[in-house]
Design a protein around this ligand. Structure first.
Ligand code: DQA
Length: 147
């Protein structure tokens, strides 16, 4: 069975309480449950993980090599700053779809740059929690096309 890692980065543990006008009222636990059930509905398995620490995220990406077939990654603000996360994705050689709840291109200029986009299959942003479902679907289609 195809195994996916859904990795959320800094401050996303506060979803539901954090700037609901930007990120909505859905909690991370609800998003993770949505990811698990939508992966299951498509015949795959999703394992969810969140960290506020760049190094922990890097370790988790390294561990995904040989463990998971694909990564759905919302790197939060590290998206815009972390070359180390970008390098971790390249090194792990596990395909990755980038997801953001908000439309980062319609927000402050510093959010328009994503270092991880360079190593992503593609980016989905602006669709709220549904974006994770879209990312899982896109990843599974990508993996099937490659098989
Ligand atoms: C985010 C967008 C980032 O710019 C921000 O730093 C986040 C959340 C999103 O899901 O919309 O923490 O990744």
């Amino acid at each position: 069975m195809i195994s996916l890692l859904v990795l959320n980065g800094p401050n996303l543990n506060l979803l539901g309480q954090r700037q609901p006008e930007v990120y909505g009222t859905t909690t991370l636990a609800q998003i993770e449950a949505l990811c698990v059930s939508s992966a299951q509905g498509l015949g795959a398995k999703a394992t969810c993980m969140q960290s506020n620490h760049e190094g922990v995220m890097i370790d988790t990406i390294h561990e995904a090599r040989g463990t998971h077939d694909g990564i759905v990654l919302n790197a939060g603000a590290y998206t815009h700053t972390s070359i180390a996360l970008m390098d971790a994705i390249s090194s792990a050689e596990v395909p990755m779809v980038e997801v953001h709840l908000s439309n980062i291109h319609a927000r402050e200029e510093f959010r328009h740059t994503s270092h991880i986009s360079r190593v992503a299959i593609g980016q989905i942003c602006g669709f709220g929690p549904q974006g994770y479902v879209m990312a899982i679907d896109a990843m599974l289609e990508h993996l099937k096309a490659r098989a």
